[in-house]
Design a protein around this ligand. Structure first.
Ligand code: ZN
Length: 83
């Protein structure tokens, strides 16, 4: 008799390393449906990866603020500098 391995029992099973790579990739491109499902499944059973996701999200937010700050700075300079 052959026992099924865990990866057969749980569909879309991913390791933390793979999930971390997906989280980083998601910042640059939209993930396919299987990847998005795998991500969601993994987040339910893992303690570490949701923490890593929060770090990435807060990093993205501060990057956004930095970009907005730069944009505001540039437009201000446009008004001040003589044409
Ligand atoms: Zn994990």
């Amino acid at each position: 008799m052959v026992y099924e391995t865990r990866s057969h029992v749980i569909p879309f099973n991913r390791t933390c390393r793979e999930v971390a790579a997906l989280l980083v990739a998601r910042e640059d491109r939209a993930l396919g449906l299987p990847d998005r499902l795998a991500l969601r499944m993994h987040m339910l059973i893992c303690d570490t990866c949701p923490r890593f996701e929060r770090q990435i999200l807060s990093m993205r937010n501060s990057m956004q603020q930095w970009r907005n700050y730069r944009a505001a700075d540039d437009s201000q300079q446009d008004g001040v500098l003589p044409k």
